[in-house]
Design a protein around this ligand. Sequence first.
Ligand code: KIV
Ligand code: ZN
Length: 513
Amino acid sequence: MDNKVRIFDTTLRDGEQSPGASMNVEEKIIVAKQLAKLGVDVIEAGFAYSSPGDFDSVKRIAHEVEGPIICSLARAKPEDVDAAGKALEGAPKTRIHTFISTSDIHLKHQFRLTRQEALKRAVEMVERARGYVADVEFSAMDASRTEPAYLYEMLEAVINAGATTLNIPDTVGYALPDSFGALIRGIRENVKNIDKAVISVHCHNDLGLAVANSLAAIVNGARQIECTINGIGERAGNASLEEIVMILKTRKDLLGLETSIVSEQIFPSSRLVSSITGIMVQPNKAIVGDNAFAHESGIHQDGLLKDKSTYEIMRPESIGISRSTLVLGKHSGRHAFKERLKELGYDITGESLDKAFERFKIVADKKKEVFDEDIEAIVQDEVLRIEVPDRYKLIRLNVQSGTDTPPIAEVEMEVNGTVVKDTGKGDGPVDAAYNTIAKMTNTKSKLLKYIVNAITGGTDAQGEVSVRVQEGEQIVLGQGSHTDIIIASAKAYINALNRLEYKKKDRKENLVL
Ligand code: KIV
Ligand code: ZN
C-alpha cells in the first residue's frame, strides 16, 4: 500500500452545509484558489444539481482553479449525475462523486428501497458517471451503520461498474475509532477487487470523534480523507483538515505517511474560511485556534525560553503563523499591502486591489497600525461583497443618543436605485438604526444574532459586526466593519439583507433522496 494520504477537501460542499455558512460564487472561487495553494488533492466544489449557483460554482472552479481534481456531488439519480457531468465538461481534472445510503435504517425509512434496488441504482449511476468522467467516487452513505456483508457486496459491484474511489462515511458521527478501523480492515480483507480502488473516509463530528475515526481508518488502510477547513460542516461538522494533516506530519515517526499539503498555508486558509463564512474558530481549537500556540504558564514560558522543544510539538511557522511583527501603517505602499494580502491568502489584482488599497489608506489614516485582522475586514468589505448585487446601499447615517437623549436614527439609503430617507427610534443607537432600515427595506426577516468585535486593540480599533438574519428557511450572515461601530452595524445589517435577496434568487432545491 502506498504511503500517500490524499486530502479531499469538502469545505465548499459539506462545509457550506453549516448553518449560515453559504458562500457566493466569487467567495467560493477565492477559497478554491487558496485550497489549491494549500495543496489539497481534491476539491469538492459543490452539488451541481442543487441550485444554479452551485452549478456555476462547480463549473467555474473546474475551469479556473489549477492543480487539484475538481469534484461535484451527485445523488444516485440520473438528473444529478447529468448536472455534475455538464458542470465539469471540458475541465482538465474532474471527478463525479455519487452516493446512496446503504444502512437499513436509511433504506427503509428514507429511500424506501430494498438492498438490491439500492445496489442496482448505485451500479447504474456509477456507470452513467463514467460516461462523463474517468474518475468516479462512490459513497455508501451511513456506511458505519450498514451491515458489513451488504456493504462489501455493494462496494464490489460499484468497483466493477467503474468506481475508482470508495468512500465510507460515518454520516451521523456514530462510530468509535476501534470499530471504524475494523470496518476499514474488513473492507480490505473482504472486497475481492478492492485493489482497484482507493478507500476514503468521511467522518462527522457529532461525538467529537471525526479526526480520531479518520486516523483509525488511515491506520487500517484508508488513503483518502474527506475533511474541511476548521472542521466546519453539517451539524457538529466534519473532520478538520488541519488536525489530520498536522497529526500525519508531527507523528510521521510513528505513522510513516505523507500528504501533499503545504502546511504553511494552513493558517491563511483557516483565516480565509472563517472570515468568508463568518464562522469563528474557537480559541482553544487545535492547530488554528488563537491559543493553540499561546503559553500562559510561567513554567512553560521558562521552558520555551530555554528550548522550544520543551513545550512546543509543532512550530507555529510550520502552519503559517508568522512571528513577524511587521505592521502596516499609513506610510506603507501598495506593494507592501499587496504582499501582505498574498500572505493572508488573497491574490487580488486590478480594480479590486485599487478599492482595497484606497480603503486601507483611509483606515491607516485613522489608526496608527493596521493589523492583519484589519486587512481581512477591508477585503471582506471592499472586495468580497461586491459580487452580491447591492439592492440596498447605505448613503448616510446619523444617530443621536446619550443619557438624556432618546435614541433616534436618520438614514438615507438607495433602495432599488431610488434614494429614500427616514427616521426611527429604538432602545439604543443600533436598535434605532436597525428599526429604521427594516422599515425602509420592508424586510420580513428577523435578526437572530448580533455580534460585535473590536478587530484590534485600542479605542481607535475598527469594529467588526456580524449579524445572522433569517427569513423563512433562509439564514444569512452579514458583516460590516468601520471605525464607527454604529456604521459597522448598519453595514452588516444591510449586507445581510442584500444576501437574503441574492439567496432568494439562487434557492437550492429541497432535495429528496
Ligand atoms: O455525510 C455524508 O454521508 C455525506 C455524503 C454525501 C458523502 O456528506
Ligand atoms: Zn457529510
